[in-house]
Design a protein around this ligand. Structure first.
Ligand SMILES: [Zn+2]
Length: 702
């Protein structure tokens, strides 16, 4: 739940959906031959279906509310399970993938067949060992707390900052990471970001309405409770918690807002080490960088100079004791999911229950499966893809991607608001797109990661250090174009502007997104729109600022830029009008890139379907009688398939939190906003101009 990474820039990619970070590790029973499961799964989740007539609400008018029409019965019949805060068709598939992965992890933990299986089996087993975690209590984090306690001089903070940052990937004032230089994407440079907060966004510290104030009180109560669990008296804990809130509030005020961070120009400030030192004289940067073996680096990118200055003010104005309380909190908070039951429960009570509205703790086997996938995804994934990703799936995807690329080229060629010069540049960028499908060509090497079967927190710390070292070793090295940012079973996809590539993990290439046995209309409405979405990210408000080789570059004529901005402004204003909870609307500027990607994605997927039908109508319309299948035309099936991807329920708390933090609109508005901006939808369902799903003031970018 970090605002942004301390280590690096946020331009890591534009995902299809928001994946909230895994919070909590778990345990199991004694490590005899087999892992006992106190809360193991009882049955295999069913495979989602592609086109679900049972989900439709045929009493609704598709032209008035297409989300209700395509998802009404699904929404009614699928309440949020008590261990979730959102439940949709995405989650159905993700839960099934997680279950299948769990089966693999469990057998690897019980009877590994290879050294790699032994490694991830042990990682999983350590996580499942609840008894050991409960027995150890706060012990695994004690050495860290002692190290903080022995700090005697604020000026000597840097090495401790390094230690906290390397073990918990956050939880300190500063961090550095290596990433592509946005003006020369072939270069890997050192960068520092902003962070240091615990609540999900800076707004939580700053906004002064009653709801925010109450949440802050609840947060302070939570921090206090955690300090007490760590052995402090209630009085001391309350004082410590006040210090934590005050310091984090100062950091929040000095941080850039999410919307601002979307602009590459605003997060690019190359500085010499001496210049950074000048920004924050009270923090010893040379000591900090030397401790991470970066002694001779001349420059780095400071994405948020205001944050660096603010940290300095905190170091200047806060006394040593308060600073130690802040660091102590972050060590406890970072370790909490891997400690004993009281820590895990208190952590759940605030972050999952209070903040997000989750009723019950997620079963430990689910948490441990996700945690192992996150740590050793390309080890676990090797076996997973053998079982669940047949070779023809990759070939079929390649065909679909080509169809979408042709449609996008045609869209650029024919679009009315853009001049020929800019069109030529846009086409160059499209031609330079690279694609990655399913899983990596070269699997990562985990041989240097030590895993111990009885050391849960130690494993996560060693994993963090392993990832940190891997990232740091990239400095000055060529960029690995084949590297993946998601693990194979992930139900998601992404576009990365600095690589200009689109990425589709094996996990999403299944129903309801893709189904070999269904007509192209349904697949184009599902995975087709997903592909189109990722491609359009190359041309959304952020992507349009990058050229074909992934460098920030202005390839627009002034007139076309003006046209583009007018169109994105239209979308930003439109989506800002969409309500997700009482008094809480979407932020059209925060969600602009994703909304643009949805709106462009559906157009090009629809065009690709039309091309496919025109080319080989017999194959494309097999199973249709008099132009219909299940009572729907191909065009209608396309839109229903698209709408049904987003069927879902979510808690009010989660809706509010995501409206502030998630660059994606909620499912309901992803459906309605997208179809109401696309005239072909109204035509397919015979809507009249002026009806809600066919408004006169529709917005169109691509
Ligand atoms: Zn996206």
């Amino acid at each position: 739940m970090r605002l942004t990474s301390l280590r690096a820039l946020p331009a890591l990619g534009c995902f299809l959906v928001f994946s909230s970070t895994f919070g909590h590790a778990q345990t199991l029973t004694p490590m005899s031959a087999s892992i006992a499961l106190p809360d193991g799964p009882t049955k295999e989740p069913k495979r989602p279906t592609s086109f679900d007539l049972g989900s439709l609400d045929k009493t609704a008018d598709p032209c008035a509310d297409f989300y209700q029409y395509s998802c009404g019965n699904w929404v009614k019949n699928n309440p949020i399970p008590s261990d979730q805060v959102r439940w949709g068709r995405f989650n159905e598939l993700a839960e099934r993938n997680n279950y299948l992965l769990y089966q693999e992890l469990k057998s690897a933990a019980d009877a590994p067949k290879s050294p790699l299986q032994k490694k991830y089996g042990d990682y999983f087993a350590a996580c499942m060992n609840v008894d050991l975690a409960d027995k150890l209590g706060a012990k695994p984090v004690e050495a860290e707390l002692k190290a903080i306690d022995t700090l005697t001089d604020k000026k000597q903070l840097a090495p401790l900052n390094v230690e906290l940052e390397e073990k918990f990937a956050g939880g300190a004032f500063f961090g550095v990471g290596v990433g592509q230089d946005q003006v020369d994407s072939t270069k890997q440079i050192l960068q520092t970001g902003q962070g240091g907060l615990t609540l999900p966004d800076r707004d939580y510290y700053i906004t002064d309405d009653a709801r925010s104030k109450k949440l802050r009180d609840q947060y302070v109560a939570h921090v206090t409770a955690m300090f007490v669990l760590a052995g402090d008296t209630p009085e001391a804990a309350a004082k410590e918690a006040d210090d934590v809130l005050r310091i984090e509030t100062a950091l929040a005020k000095g941080s850039m807002a999410r919307v601002e961070m979307r602009d590459p120009a605003k997060r690019y400030h190359i500085m010499t080490i001496a210049q950074v030192q000048e920004l924050s004289p009270d923090f010893n940067w040379s000591q900090f960088l030397t401790a991470q073996k970066f002694g001779s680096v001349p420059t780095l990118n400071v994405s948020s100079p205001g944050y660096v200055k603010t940290v300095n003010t905190v170091l200047e104005t806060e006394d040593l004791t308060a600073i130690k309380h802040y660091m102590r909190w972050h060590a406890i908070h970072g370790a909490a999911p891997y400690l004993s039951k009281p820590f895990v429960e208190e952590n759940f009570n605030f972050f999952n229950a209070t903040l997000a509205g989750q009723k019950e703790q997620t079963p430990r086997w689910k948490r441990c499966t996700r945690m192992t996938d996150q740590a050793l995804g390309e080890a676990v994934g090797q076996d997973w893809v053998k079982q669940y990703f047949p070779p023809d799936a990759k070939a079929n995807m390649e065909k679909l991607v080509s169809a979408l690329e042709r449609a996008m080229a045609e869209d650029i060629r024919t679009i009315g608001w853009m001049g020929d010069d800019t069109k030529a540049e846009a086409k160059k960028k499209l031609d330079a797109f690279r694609q990655k499908i399913g899983y990596p060509e070269n699997w990562r090497d985990y041989s240097k990661l030590a895993v111990k079967r009885e050391d849960l927190l130690g494993n996560t710390e060693r994993n963090q250090i392993f990832e940190r070292d891997r990232n740091h070793s990239k400095l000055g090295q060529p960029v690995d174009e084949k590297e993946w940012g998601m693990t194979p079973p992930t139900v998601n996809a992404y576009y990365q502007p600095s690589m200009n590539d689109i990425n589709f993990p094996a996990g999403i290439l299944q129903p309801p997104f893709y189904d070999n046995a269904i007509d192209p209309a349904v697949n184009f409405g599902g995975i087709g729109v997903v592909i189109g979405h990722e491609m359009t990210h190359g041309f959304d408000d952020q992507g349009a600022k990058y050229g074909p080789t992934g460098n920030v570059k202005d390839w627009w004529t002034p007139a076309d830029k003006k046209n583009f901005n007018e169109r994105t402004d239209c979308e930003a204003a439109e989506y800002s009008g969409f309500k997700v909870a009482e008094g809480q609307n979407l932020n059209g500027k925060l969600t602009l890139g994703e909304n643009t990607a949805d709106n462009g994605g559906i157009r090009i997927a629809f065009a690709a379907l039309q091309e496919t039908i025109a080319k080989s109508p017999k194959t494309a319309l097999a199973g249709y009688t008099d132009g219909k299948r299940d009572g729907f035309t191909a065009e209608q099936r396309f839109f229903i398939s698209f709408g049904q991807i987003w069927c879902g329920n979510q808690t009010e708390q989660s809706a509010r939190m995501l409206a502030k933090t998630d660059p994606h609109s909620t499912g309901e508005w992803r459906v309605k906003g997208t179809v109401q901006n696309f005239e072909e939808f109204g035509k397919a369902f015979g809507c009249k101009v002026g009806q809600p799903m066919m408004p006169t003031n529709a917005c169109r970018v691509w």
